[in-house]
Design a protein around this ligand. Structure first.
Ligand code: R5P
Length: 303
């Protein structure tokens, strides 16, 4: 059997994670140059002077598609597509896309007439670009990956996040799911923390027109240290509401944990003001709350 030479292309949104993945694999990593044309169009160039560096190789592109201060998710997706297009044109023989945060997967259902199920359109676009394998992490609606025409894996990061909490040796932990959709993840989190760690759930209702949420639930969390585990923190509304409710239910310490801590606008303010002791995210999103690296677990799948 012939083994292909591999190389990692580190997308602009995943500079730390991309390099860590390359280091774990013991292979070379290359970054990109990006800019915007005066009319707003994106430009991306893989930072090489010679196309033979890519030709004939297995290319692993690492690019999360979460929004940041420099670029929104649309720009991140365009950059991803540009990298795929570029390596394809240069003769890559196998293309693997590592997209830790897959944007638009919250738009997997129709709530009001006239809406788009854009999560599936994103998968269709990825299919169109023709990659060989896709790895993502805690996809909001993993079902959308079933539309992928290539091998597509949804990696569960809850054990890694649980290990971080475990290292703090906190007693009397209760894991709270902020809504029904987070129960499965929260249970995985609790199981990784240890045997018999209880999982509780709050009720969340989101107004489909305004996006406003209402959270409720009667729990007795007196003297308990609470971990609220979710896939995404976007505006922080869900997390802040869950923290407030946990605090009024008697919680001592509260840890806000999410795979993809996008932390838009005033999210940090809202979450800390609500009473969180710490916000914990992964390097799916490269920001100050990223305390857990996904590199090793992604490499386990890539190997
Ligand atoms: C929703 O179902 C997700 O799992 C998250 O709870 C949600 O996306 C978080 O959004 P926000 O931080 O804006 O409340």
């Amino acid at each position: 059997m012939r083994f292909l030479e591999k190389i990692v292309i580190v997308g602009p949104a995943s500079q730390i994670l991309g390099v860590k993945i390359a280091l774990e694999l013991g292979i070379e990593s290359i970054n990109t140059d990006i800019k915007k044309f005066p009319d707003g169009e994106n430009y991306l160039r893989i930072n090489i002077e010679d196309e033979t560096i890519i030709a004939g190789k297995e290319v692993i592109i690492v690019q999360s598609t979460g929004p940041s201060a420099n670029a929104d998710q649309n720009a991140r997706l365009i950059e991803l597509f540009m990298m795929i297009d570029s390596v394809k044109r240069m003769g890559a023989v196998k293309i693997i896309a590592v997209i830790p945060y897959l944007a638009y997967t919250r738009q997997d259902k129709i709530f009001r007439p006239g809406e788009s199920q854009f999560a599936y359109a994103i998968i269709a676009m990825i299919n169109n670009f023709g990659i060989d394998e896709l790895y993502s992490v805690d996809v909001h609606a993993p079902i959308v990956l079933s539309e992928c025409t290539c091998k597509a894996i949804n990696i569960d990061s809850m054990k890694l996040l649980a290990d971080y909490i475990k290292s703090k040796e906190i007693q009397n932990i209760v894991v709270v799911a902020p809504d029904k959709g987070a129960v499965e993840r929260s249970s995985a989190f609790a199981n990784s923390l240890g045997e018999n760690v209880p999982v509780e759930v709050f009720e969340k209702v989101r107004d489909v027109k305004t996006g406003e949420i209402k959270m409720s639930g009667k729990l007795n969390l007196k003297d308990k240290n609470v971990v609220i585990a979710d896939d995404i923190i976007s505006t922080g509304g869900t997390m802040a509401s869950a923290i407030k409710l946990a605090k009024t239910s008697g919680a001592e310490k509260v840890f806000a944990v999410a795979t993809h801590a996008l932390l838009l606008g005033q999210a940090k303010f809202r979450i800390i003001k609500a009473g969180a002791d710490e916000i914990i995210g992964t390097d799916s999103i490269d920001n100050e709350v990223c305390k857990v690296s996904l590199a090793k677990i992604i490499v386990d799948y890539l190997k």
